[in-house]
Write a protein that binds this ligand. Sequence first.
Ligand SMILES: [Zn+2]
Length: 274
Amino acid sequence: MRRGDLVVAPFMWSDGVCDYCREGLTTSCEHGGFWGSVGHDGGQGEAVRVPFADGTLVGLPKEAASDEHLLSALLTLSDVLGTGHHAALGAGTRPGATVAVVGDGAVGLCAVLAAKRLGAERIIALGRHQVRTDIARRFGATDVVAERGEAAVEAVRELTRGQGAHAVVEAVGTEQSMRTAIEITRDGGAIGFVGVPHGSGTGVDLGVMFDRNIALRGGVAPVRAYIPDLLPDVLDGTIDPSPVFDMTVGIEGVPDGYKAMDERTALKVLVTNG
Ligand SMILES: [Zn+2]
């Protein structure tokens, strides 16, 4: 990387050379870490120091700097698009598959986009907020299920001849959402989980998963490893994840941005330095 380069940074830094990085699991880098962890500055400032710039950053075409729409699409490569892609891969998405996505946040929506990109034939988005499920449809969802809990499970089963989806993305992280994900997975299918687990219970029932041969894969997404794969499709417009940003603030507006996301009045907030 050189001074003046336009770059995208994933949400963790990594050296790019250790065993884990070479295997594509950059989030387990032996010398890596999170922006904003103790002793390092966060990423939401006018400047940020990048440990291992060559291993962490990915260069973008200079012309993109003057294209605000493209810039917002490219920014999703730093986290939500790569995380949605990780979930779709973990769920075993393949051409022709039926995919269900639990969660209508930016990651869930990007998982819809990623599943479509990977060739899913049918994509069922579970979500209650119409603004968000409308984006899911733009991203490739063929069906939307607005119900929750047992009613959502029934609705998905009705759409899938009682079987459930081959590939299920869990992008919420609650006991309830994992329970729903397991119940809507077809026997022999898999769940890609990227919702950060929170709350006391996991919702994982190994007995059910054993009986029905359901696999569970996922975790923190090594988005750095996915950027080279996803970047060309964003640059040429094959996929346009930019609609996940529905609010823009300057540096001084960052607290308002967090408040809006906390109150769910914003899906994802773009911070500009101008
Ligand atoms: Zn490494």
